[in-house]
Design a protein around this ligand. Structure first.
Ligand SMILES: Nc1nc2c(ncn2[C@@H]2O[C@H](COP(=O)(O)OP(=O)(O)OP(=O)(O)O)[C@@H](O)[C@H]2O)c(=O)[nH]1
Ligand SMILES: [Mg+2]
Length: 453
């Protein structure tokens, strides 16, 4: 392992932090620091100067900055290696100069995520925890923060460890069965315990895989489509929810032709609102494409806000209710400031009365949207899968377990089931990187990290 360095903070602040990690950390630091810190105690902080020792035209020492150096020694550091954090002033010139000096004296610029990759390779964390570091840095609200924190603290890893234990137990029970099958009188082993165990494992994996739907929505923002006929006030509502004039509003029917998306936070959860082209019969080819996109937006949405400003026809009601099947449908009665008619005979469903234009009823609507999202109240040990790589592995593990269940129903013998069990174990181990992880997988995981983490 060589010694790497990188800027860990965004340049331009009052202070900047430069990180160094690797066996030569202290040696290289000492070459650019006013004190020799080669044999210093770990977990100490030292005040001094970053210096450039110049030989030509005459020997002198240029002071680059005042700085503090924090010293960590293997294995008690983030990466598990000897490491240093230099904090100095945040000037781009100073930070570049320090990096330049470090490289001159033997450091290499770190790749994105390389510090965390080293932490993984040195056993400081497993792969799912390393991924949680990136999620934590990217978290923008309480929900994404809580999930990343739970994963970083190893709650997902310990559930996987528990599954592993159970799978190993299952394997050994099957082996036991094989041993016994030498005795003729024990030909048909009692598989009650095996059955219960495999079903419990299946249930647990399925639960984890299912949480991905919520996890993905929380991470990317819960998609909410705003739909309805032309001119009912969809774009006005979008603007109202976003507190900005995002979409064009006019009294001309068919103003919005393409979908418009933007996100807001409600009670610590990100929602992605999609304003759509109003639904009507049209001969305009472009508007028709827009309406197709409206239907696609409904399909992708988790929540559908259907705006009306008068009694919808039974045709419209049937159409929307059919399209929004399996979605949370919220029917909104807009333009109540006009108060022409609020009595609906055909639509036998509750509506939320609002005036998008004047802001009436928006609080109630926001509350209804939040509730429709059905975000579980997460405790800090709850596990929600947010990573597609983990989801993929869980699904494959679940398929292996399903084959075990099917095999057991067919009374297959243990040696025929063990291959699928092994596969389930291996697949789950991919998540934590418990078995050798191919370099390209590691590369893919860490390339999206920031440099310096
Ligand atoms: N009085 C009143 N007018 C509203 C209200 N909401 C929207 N409007 C008006 O209704 C007209 C249409 O509003 P938009 O927001 O453009 O309607 P839309 O549903 O996006 O229409 P399309 O994009 O054509 O499908 C505009 O003149 C708005 O000012 C409301 O709550 N009360
Ligand atoms: Mg519009």
């Amino acid at each position: 392992m060589d010694t790497i360095c990188a800027l860990a903070t965004a340049p331009g602040g009052a202070l900047g932090i430069i990180r160094i990690s690797g066996p030569q950390s202290l040696e290289i630091l000492s070459r650019i620091f006013s004190k020799n810190l080669n044999d210093t105690q770990p977990n100490t902080i030292h005040y001094g100067h970053i210096v450039e020792r110049v030989a030509v035209p005459q020997q002198h020492t240029a002071v680059i900055d005042e700085a503090m150096a924090s010293i960590f020694k293997a294995p008690h550091s983030y990466t598990g290696e000897d490491s240093v954090e230099i904090s100095c002033h945040g000037s781009r010139y100073i930070l570049n100069k320090v990096l330049e000096l470090l490289i001159l004296h033997g450091c290499r610029m770190a790749e994105p995520g390389e510090f965390t990759q080293r932490a993984f390779l040195n056993g400081k964390m497993d792969l799912s925890q390393a991924e949680a570091v990136a999620d934590l840095i990217a978290s923008t609200n309480k929900a994404t923060h809580d999930i990343a924190m739970s994963q970083l603290r190893g709650h997902f890893s310990s559930q996987l460890a528990q599954l592993r234990e159970q799978l190993l137990k299952l394997t050994s029970l099957l082996e036991l069965e094989l041993d016994f099958s030498d005795h003729e009188d024990l030909e048909f082993a009692d598989r009650t315990e095996l059955n219960e165990l495999v079903k419990a494992i299946n249930k647990h994996i399925t639960q984890l895989a299912h949480s991905f739907e919520t996890g993905k929505a929380i991470k990317q923002g819960i998609p909410v489509a705003i739909i309805g006929k032309t001119n009912v006030g969809k774009s006005t509502l979008l603007n109202r929810l976003l507190h900005e004039e995002r979409a064009i509003v006019s009294d001309i029917h068919g103003t919005t032709r393409d979908t418009i998306e933007d996100t807001i936070e409600l009670q610590g959860v990100t929602f992605r609102f999609i304003d759509t082209a109003g639904i009507r019969q049209t001969t305009d080819a472009i508007e028709q494409i827009g309406i197709e996109r409206t239907y696609a937006a409904i399909e992708k949405a988790r929540i559908v806000l259907w705006l009306i400003d008068k009694e919808p026809s039974s045709e419209e009601i049937n159409d929307i209710i059919q399209r929004a099947e399996n979605k949370k449908l919220i029917i909104i009665n807009n333009k109540i400031d006009k108060a022409d008619n609020n009595s609906y005979n055909l639509l036998k469903r509750p509506t939320i009365p609002i005036s998008a234009k004047f802001g009436t009823g928006i609080d109630v609507l926001e509350q209804a949207i939040y509730q429709a999202a059905d975000i579980p109240t997460l405790t800090d040990t709850d596990v929600v899968v947010t990573n597609a790589r983990h989801y993929d592995a869980l699904i494959r593990a679940q398929q292996s377990i399903q084959r075990v269940i099917d095999g057991m129903e067919l009374q297959l013998s243990g040696d025929l089931l063990s291959e699928d069990l092994r596969q389930a174990l291996d697949t789950l181990a991919e998540i934590t990187g418990g078995q050798i992880t191919p370099n390209e997988v590691l590369g893919n995981i860490f390339k999206n990290f920031c440099v310096g983490k």
